[in-house]
Design a protein around this ligand. Sequence first.
Ligand code: UDP
Ligand code: MG
Length: 344
Amino acid sequence: MKLSVVVPCFNEEASIQRLVDVLTATLSSMVDSFEVILVDDGSRDGTLDRLRTVARRDDRFRYLSFSRNFGKEAAILAGLSEATGDAVAVLDADLQHPPALLAEMLPFLDRGYDQVVAVRTRTGDPAARTLASRLYYRLVNRMVDVKFEDGVGDFRVLSRKATNSLLALREYNRFSKGLFSWIGFATATVDYENVTRETGESKWGFRTLLNYGIDGILSFNSRPLRAAIHVGLVVMVLGVLYAAWVVVDAIISGVTVSGYVTTISAVVLFGGLQMILLGIIGEYLGRIYLETKARPHYILQEVSTPVTGSGALTEEIEARSTCCQQSPNMASEKARPTISERTA
Ligand code: UDP
Ligand code: MG
């Protein structure tokens, strides 16, 4: 069996060498043959240089480099579409996804599973974050049609079938957690201990996480729009009842010009409510806008394929980036962290 390993790398200068050493050591004993596809997601440090060196030394290591930062989801997509193996593993460059765990994950493929997911325990996480993510998953699973699991990130092994199915989904907003779940297939899970990042910095702050959370809810269905209708109905019923009461009160006791407090409260409340509902609609509209532009998911500026004559690289790159343009949809422009990773 040939295994492909896809690794998104964004400013991972400090992690690359260790990653390559660990992968070489673990993979050689695990599978007959392997390839590692390192995707440089527009890094601004020396990541690309390191990748060039690595690819020169060992031809089992290949790299792709984006013209700018397109986000982890785009990097994973690029890696998956380059992968030639019978199975594809996706893991982080910072070794938070221990490659040794693949030894436990791969046997599941022989047992007929098409996806093997590594589920991280929350050891060492701040309590507040753990709580927040538990609540989030509870809420989200009530709101979306696909199932999101706590602790599940992008660390997983996909069979060729699952990889191809994933590649067939060309949408621009790639919430990969949801996509993995959406394609279905028999999925096995393997637990692993949370590993803290050893070098470099995590790229996720609170705001990124919050936005990622909102993405998770909006990417997979239109239930928030339905919820808006429900809220509207409830508010309308309350409004009609209140208006009836005001009329009756006016008939019985005449009109006294008071009610300043009620008026202001109502204006503020409904103003806020309308803004939120408009926001929800706008959010979907924005997504439709991005999807209809049908832009490629990423643009390659360099690939590790041996270059022969001059101009070959450019042709190669053009061929590859247009392959994605034919698709009706497109990919994420911003970095979209995995909440499971993050909330961790
Ligand atoms: N990453 C990427 N593009 C980005 C952000 C992150 O390719 O815009 C990669 C990063 O190099 C790493 C993985 O995604 O291999 C996970 O990122 P990070 O470790 O920052 O996230 P965390 O582990 O904290 O969730
Ligand atoms: Mg990390």
